[in-house]
Design a protein around this ligand. Structure first.
Ligand code: 5GP
Ligand code: 5GP
Ligand code: 5GP
Length: 210
């Protein structure tokens, strides 16, 4: 959908559990900046519409330019690094996210720096792992009822979308993969989600060690 209109209604801030990315069919490689913390990391900040559709690849004339995120690199490495193989400095991942989603946010987040800085600020403003651990749910490789995970997040003040992927072992069990939080385009703060992605999780969900 190259060049699709860049009007949209809200953002998804999509966070992912690194242990589930790594424990899946396509394995992972730690980035050159080193093994990331055992905490949720950023997948992307995605403009989205109320009907579930979304614009993508809105402006091919504005490719990713690493020189524009100079001062953010330490935070980017800590909170938004790439776990794909081969090991990299994460720039390909950032370029993909900027080009596919960031170029569609231009009306609200006008520069690459603003786009990446907003995602970092939002990620730092939430503590999903803390909310889960408060309820006794930790990344210990065990399985937890999805309802318990949802309740724990709700008690922490979050009502996100949750998606799962499949463990790459014989069990093929459902693992906690991504958390979709919603962000208002009016004030750029976390807001209740107007529409959630379809959950791909089973009724019990594994929380892999990382
Ligand atoms: P997957 O098939 O991995 O769920 O999604 C592939 C890619 O499509 C994602 O990385 C993201 O770029 C895009 N995508 C998937 N679902 C959504 C969505 O609900 N909203 C937006 N904005 N992008 C999505
Ligand atoms: P999206 O699903 O946002 O369109 O695409 C994510 C793209 O970034 C995929 O091509 C995926 O292989 C690549 N990628 C590189 N590093 C990572 C990572 O750490 N996590 C995720 N989810 N995707 C990554
Ligand atoms: P990427 O391009 O991000 O590497 O891959 C994204 C695609 O892989 C999406 O379609 C997403 O739904 C899918 N995906 C993510 N995790 C898994 C997994 O564990 N198993 C399988 N089969 N597909 C996955």
């Amino acid at each position: 959908m190259l060049g699709t209109s860049s009007a949209f209604d809200f953002f998804y801030l999509v966070l992912e559990w690194p242990g589930s990315y790594c424990d899946a069919a396509t394995s992972c490689c730690y980035p050159q900046s080193g093994k990331p913390a055992s905490d949720f990391s950023i997948h992307g900040l995605w403009p989205n519409n109320l009907d579930g559709s979304y614009p993508e690849n809105c402006d091919p004339s504005r490719p990713f330019n690493a020189s524009q995120i100079g001062g953010l690199r330490g935070d980017m490495d800590a909170l938004w690094s790439s776990l794909s193989c081969p090991s990299s400095n994460s720039e390909k991942f950032w370029a993909h996210e900027w080009e596919k989603h960031g170029t569609c946010s231009e009306k609200i987040l006008r520069s690459q720096r603003d786009y990446f800085a907003a995602a970092l600020r939002l990620r730092k403003s939430v503590d999903l792992l803390g909310a889960l651990e408060q309820a006794g749910i930790s990344p210990d490789g065990k399985s937890y009822p999805l309802a318990l995970i949802k309740n724990a997040l709700q008690d922490g003040g979050y009502a996100p979308g949750i998606t799962c992927n499949a463990d790459d072992d014989d069990s093929g069990s459902s693992q906690l993969y991504q958390i979709y939080l919603c962000v208002s385009k009016e004030n750029l703060e976390i807001t209740p989600c107007p529409v959630l992605p379809r959950s791909s999780c089973h009724s019990r969900v594994e929380f892999p060690v990382f």
